[in-house]
Design a protein around this ligand. Sequence first.
Ligand SMILES: Cc1cc2nc3c(=O)[nH]c(=O)nc-3n(C[C@H](O)[C@H](O)[C@H](O)COP(=O)(O)OP(=O)(O)OC[C@H]3O[C@@H](n4cnc5c(N)ncnc54)[C@H](O)[C@@H]3O)c2cc1C
Ligand code: SF4
Length: 395
Amino acid sequence: MAMSGGVDSSVAAAILKEQGCEVIGVTMQVWPTDQSEASAEPSGGCCGTGAIADARRIAQQLGIPHYVINFREIFTQKVIDDFCREYALGRTPNPCIRCNRCIESISDKKLVCTVNPYIGKGETSSPQKTAKPKKILVVGSGPAGLSAAQLLASRGHNVTLWEKEAQPGGSFRYAAMAPRKEPMGKYLEYLINQVKKANVRMQFNTEATEQSIKQFGADAVVLAHGANNVLLDLKSVEGNVAIGVKTAFTTADSLGDNVAIVGGGPEGCELADFLASKGKKITLIEMRRVLGLELVAHPRYHLGERLKKKGAQLYINTKVTEIGRNHLVISRRREADQRLDGFDNFIIPTLHHPNGALAAAIQPFVPEVHNIGDSVEGRTALEAVANGVEIGGKL
Ligand SMILES: Cc1cc2nc3c(=O)[nH]c(=O)nc-3n(C[C@H](O)[C@H](O)[C@H](O)COP(=O)(O)OP(=O)(O)OC[C@H]3O[C@@H](n4cnc5c(N)ncnc54)[C@H](O)[C@@H]3O)c2cc1C
Ligand code: SF4
């Protein structure tokens, strides 16, 4: 029982003991001793030495063992230092991935969290061991595949994960590359470590095909292989080579100085921010009336401000009708078409379609096939992780 010295955990420990459970109390020690908080508050305040003494006293009264675990160093690094750094930079410190989806969800009266798929569901994250261990193949190491593989293996299944790329992370790797999205990279690292700890056999440079899945012979296959990504078909002339957003993230240093990004959805806006921070001159064109429409309002506002500060040329309510070797043509209602020249590279939007063909192909010979994450519908990591955990708890 994690005991804070407060009423809730003390009563919970007492009830568990009364019900005949073997209860062991643990309390985290988080505040550095050299801080003046102990002298500022004689009892050390919440989580201070006073709280530890309270927890120990209650454990003694209940007749249960009590241990204090020293988390001072990690708490200083991950929480206190991060808080001070972020505060000094004028940002709201928050030890999460700062995606703000929870804030958005409050108005829907249905609380969600990207990194905690159990929130608001009345469930816990403790996995129930399976009575029937199966040989399970998970395809894809994005947030959906990682979450599913980790939970399935923790529950006692024999899990292999195939990833066609040389490294794990899926599309979320790109999400983590944009400025101010570093916490997403840390979350991805966390997911990957959890999968390693759960003893999932991870195989990279391994593409799942109908044939290879047949040879593998799984009891169940979880397809978390992401969306079917198709570049938007724009009229192009003079053989220009337009590339997609993901390619632009990974080849940024080889792009020219003057870059046009067609499509100011979240991915296009974040790519613009990323390339502008590398000194590129950015022109961003969006056909809708708002840039980054699907982003949560607060980060969307700041992203727009950053782009303006970095000198990006921003167009809204504007369609691109032609892309040439170094120019593009834009069209706006009630205005004559305009030609913009001098570009070195063009980035065009990627459409995310459902990816169901592999499932249909393997269904005749695999007893159980499940599609999860973006392979069902292109959405966000929140849905991908939630899907992964759902299937991970079900099989
Ligand atoms: C630039 C960008 C920014 C984004 N920003 C955010 C954000 O801020 N917040 C957010 O929540 N979401 C964001 N997303 C979306 C998010 O990354 C995706 O919704 C999420 O990664 C989907 O997870 P997934 O596991 O379903 O699929 P993916 O992450 O796409 O992973 C699929 C994996 O399967 C592998 N694969 C495909 N086919 C095979 C095969 N046949 N065999 C083996 N492996 C295969 C792929 O290589 C890939 O690694 C962003 C996406 C991009 C591109
Ligand atoms: S939804 Fe995002 S911002 Fe909110 S607590 Fe979860 S990770 Fe943090």
